[in-house]
Design a protein around this ligand. Structure first.
Ligand code: 3HC
Length: 329
């Protein structure tokens, strides 16, 4: 990637002296918090980094429907079904805004899909873990959407206009998602002994995978330095992970649940919780394709793409017919 190819300044990014005039002007606009729009000049590395990040983000929203979609028919009440259905539908919408934002950078949706299906593009590691019971749906809303919001609120200020505007709408919806998850957790944690056990078990299984969502530790993050210089990313992976832990531990305490980390401790001096890092070897295995559900998730997406071919062909044929009619008039 670009971040690794440019001459090193010690942080893996170009110094002002190493930049061309165009690159310097571009960096000045970014530093002045001006939004970069699709037709503006931009370094090729900026464009590629955005396509990678926005594309992965879009794929995450789409693949992210699978672990929850699986529970729509099994939600315990009609109200819970309706809420979950609306939430899953929101995630599909988020994927579509984000694909549109990526398309403004000159990549087609078909190309993005092809790269997802061939494994050349990633989606969030979290969606390779199974949802085994109803408490998991609570944990996904509370922790997974909670982590997603922590990461996405700062992205509303990202330097690329179409991405930033998509994030504003998405964040509003994600905060509802997080609350519906916490609401399920409250019902379970304050319910019967068995329900409380299920809530604790869901927290035990989703805690570390949720911490992994923020990406590898800063020392192993390949893209952070350049992405932060371009204000594509606003915070480092570790900063956001820490904020998430600080916000979530009191929420677990309110539920009467125990975060599965013996080393978790409030540090008066720093004003933050100390916690055990996730098992990074597990994270790297999951993003290589070896997580518990990678094959199932990708298989479901490829099948949906293949099964939907007749719809895309029909729409294209209709559009061509309509265009030919207009041309003939
Ligand atoms: N899952 C999968 N891959 C991950 C990952 C994760 N949780 N975290 C990092 N990676 C990958 C990176 O993509 C990169 O691989 P690549 O070079 O092949 O693309 C590699 O690990 C090194 O990581 P870096 O820290 O260098 O990567 P980034 O600077 O891109 O940071 C990120 C990773 C913090 C996830 C950043 O890309 C980001 O903020 N993305 C936008 C948010 C996003 O994608 N969220 C998805 C969450 S799920 C969601 O929103 C759905 C909702 O409904 C819950």
């Amino acid at each position: 990637m670009y971040a690794q190819m440019v001459k090193s300044t010690g942080k893996g990014i170009k110094s002002r002296e190493e930049m061309t005039d165009e690159e310097r002007q571009f960096q000045d606009r970014v530093d002045a918090d001006e939004k970069i729009e699709p037709k503006d000049w931009m370094p090729e590395g900026y464009r590629k980094t955005l396509i990678r990040q926005i594309g992965q983000h879009a794929h995450s929203e789409i693949v992210g429907q699978l672990p929850e979609g699986n529970w729509i028919t099994r939600a315990p009440t009609l109200e819970r079904k309706a809420i979950l259905l609306a939430k899953v539908q929101d995630e599909a919408g988020h994927g579509l805004y984000l694909y549109c934002a990526a398309e403004t950078l000159g990549v087609s949706r078909d190309e993005l899909m092809e790269k997802l299906h061939s494994g050349d593009m990633k989606y969030s590691s979290i969606f390779n873990y199974p949802t085994l019971n109803w408490a998991d749906i609570g944990a996904v809303g509370w922790l997974v959407d909670g982590a997603a919001i922590m990461n996405q609120v700062p992205l509303q200020r990202t330097s690329y206009g179409p991405y930033s505007r998509a994030m504003i709408r998405i964040c509003k919806e994600e905060s509802f998602h997080q609350r519906q998850g916490y609401d399920i957790m409250m019902k379970m944690a304050f319910g019967t002994e068995d329900q409380k056990k299920m809530a604790q078990d869901a927290l035990n299984r989703f805690w570390y995978p949720s911490l992994m969502m923020f990406g590898p530790s800063d020392k192993d993050s390949v893209h952070s330095a350049q992405s932060m210089a371009w204000k594509i990313k606003i915070n480092t992976n570790d900063e956001l992970r820490q904020k998430f832990v600080d916000q979530t531990v009191p929420q677990a305490e309110y539920l009467g649940l125990t975060v599965p980390d013996e080393n978790l401790k409030w540090n008066e001096e720093t004003g933050h919780y100390e916690f055990t890092e996730p098992d990074w070897s597990e994270f790297f295995e999951v993003i290589k394709g070896n997580g518990p559900c990678n094959k199932e998730r990708l298989g479901a997406r490829v099948k949906a793409w293949e099964d939907g071919a007749w719809v895309r062909d029909g729409l294209m044929a209709h559009a061509e017919k309509k265009a030919a009619k207009v041309a003939a008039e």
